[in-house]
Design a protein around this ligand. Structure first.
Ligand code: ADP
Length: 184
């Protein structure tokens, strides 16, 4: 099974992706987390990615696509949940062509939506404990703008397969909404 979980920063994608990964035994691919690990390890990719991430900008598509392609190809026996990827139309096109080549298909595209004021509040709250370099209020707002401009258009890209999930509520409530849409 291949699942894409989309939504603006702060919508709870990561939390819900973890729950789904465990329940359905999927490899949870959070591009944000993978990139942060690359930075911590001081890898070549990490060095390239850091200046984009610290400012709330997206890492260039080709770097993210190469990274994801490697992981998929070395885990072909697994199902996947993509969290924070694809994040631009070119990334979606790149993923489509890779999955085509591998004769794989996306089963679910979930879009978690939430009011922008709640999102910023949640992220400012999270920033107090996250220790993430991109969690200052200024960068949080920048990430929302980048989302609106580059990632939101993916809802239209996936219009034939997207399932809308209301992200307002507790972790358990949102998780129940998602599970009620997934049958396997
Ligand atoms: P958020 O909660 O802000 O969505 P993420 O952990 O998903 O946080 O992403 C943090 C940062 O990592 C992004 O602002 C961006 O710089 C980089 N990043 C993560 N995924 C991608 C991607 N698919 N394409 C480009 N940049 C990405």
């Amino acid at each position: 099974m291949i699942v894409i979980i989309m939504g603006p920063p702060g919508a709870g994608k990561g939390t819900q992706a973890k729950i789904l990964a465990e329940k359905f035994n999927l490899l949870h691919l959070s591009t944000g987390e993978i990139l942060r690990n690359e930075i911590d390890n001081g890898s070549d990719l990490g060095l390239k990615a850091q200046r984009f991430m610290d400012r709330g900008n997206l890492v260039p598509d080709h770097l993210v696509l190469e990274m994801i392609e490697k992981i998929i190809i070395s885990n072909l026996d697994m199902g996947f949940i993509f969290d924070g990827f694809p994040r631009t139309v070119p990334q979606s096109e790149g993923l489509d062509s890779l999955l085509d080549r591998l004769k794989l298909k996306i089963n679910y595209v979930l879009n978690i939506s939430l009011d922008k004021n709640i999102l910023v509040k949640r992220l400012v709250e999270r920033a107090k404990s996250s220790g993430r370099a991109d969690d200052s209020e200024e960068v949080i707002i920048k990430r929302q703008d980048v989302y609106e401009e580059l990632t939101k258009p993916l809802i239209d890209y996936y219009r034939h397969e997207v399932t809308q999930i209301n992200g307002d509520g507790s972790i358990e409530e949102v998780s129940k909404r998602i599970l009620s849409q997934i049958n396997r």
